[in-house]
Design a protein around this ligand. Structure first.
Ligand SMILES: Nc1nc2c(ncn2[C@@H]2O[C@H](COP(=O)(O)OP(=O)(O)OP(=O)(O)O)[C@@H](O)[C@H]2O)c(=O)[nH]1
Ligand SMILES: [Mg+2]
Length: 236
């Protein structure tokens, strides 16, 4: 699962560069600089695919298991998504940070991640025992990618409403994320999308890396994704 990333006994994380064929742990990676705790999970994907809803439901399910979560949202001009998380009631206000990126949403999660990094640091300062922080990117397109200097793992959320050709279009979300969620499976029939086409194209694009067909309206879907996120947490 994932893409060669793992934790080491010293608590650091890093990703093996399998593309160059270099064996072992000889090549330091920026992700090794990330503290092992809290686990940072990025959530990217096109506008309206269901990122915020998924994040809220994950926080609800993980929270019920005693896993302490925080949330950072990114919007270009507003903090609308942070306000949605607040209204959901899954977390107190002090565990929700809304970043207004003011420019291309890619930049704040890929190029200069300092504002998002500071948001996570602020959360940890307020609640040192946090286990997981979710960082939602601004609604975007298939070129979005999270820097491994900001997150340990990232999820790409696409949805059946965009049409069943979307996973054949590729891009880092489809190929490089640690998990692809094909969301809104509950409306596949209404929009004339074939789940089998998503499954075929994602299997071809991702090899052994995981994807799930899911619906934020289906509790079992959420539990499945939450289980994967929990499996990414470093050992206590
Ligand atoms: N039918 C259905 N609707 C969903 C599902 N998930 C989310 N939605 C709806 O889709 C719309 C967009 O959901 P959001 O969670 O705001 O999507 P988002 O990706 O965070 O949107 P942006 O942050 O604006 O890019 C809302 O009206 C949700 O209620 C789902 O699984 N099924
Ligand atoms: Mg959102």
């Amino acid at each position: 699962m994932g893409s060669g990333m793992h934790s080491h006994p010293d608590g650091s994380w890093h990703r093996h560069d399998t593309s160059t064929g270099r064996p072992g742990c000889s090549s330091p990676d920026p992700a090794a600089e990330l503290p092992a705790r809290p686990l940072r999970v990025g959530i990217a994907g096109p506008i309206g695919s269901g990122k915020t809803t998924l994040m809220i439901e994950l926080v609800r399910v993980l929270g019920a298991e005693g896993i302490r979560c925080g949330v950072v949202t990114n919007d270009v001009y507003t903090t609308v998504d942070a306000d949605i998380v607040t209204r959901s009631g899954v977390l107190p206000q002090e565990l929700i940070v809304g970043v207004a990126t003011g420019g291309c949403p890619h930049a704040a999660i890929r190029d200069d991640v300092s504002v998002n990094d500071a948001a996570v640091t602020g959360l940890v300062d307020r609640r040192p025992g946090l286990d997981v922080v979710f960082l939602e990117s601004g609604g975007d397109n298939l070129t979005a990618t999270f820097s491994r200097e900001l997150v340990h793992r990232w999820i790409c959320v696409i949805d059946v409403g965009a049409g069943d050709k979307i996973s054949s279009k590729g891009g880092p979300g489809i190929t490089d994320s640690d998990l692809v969620v094909v969301n809104k499976s509950d409306i596949a029939e209404q929009v004339g999308a074939s789940v089998a086409v998503f499954e075929r194209d994602l299997a071809a694009a991702r090899g052994a890396d995981p994807f799930v067909v899911a619906s934020n309206r289906d509790p079992d879907s959420i539990k499945g994704v939450a289980g994967l996120v929990a499996s990414w947490m470093p050992a206590p």
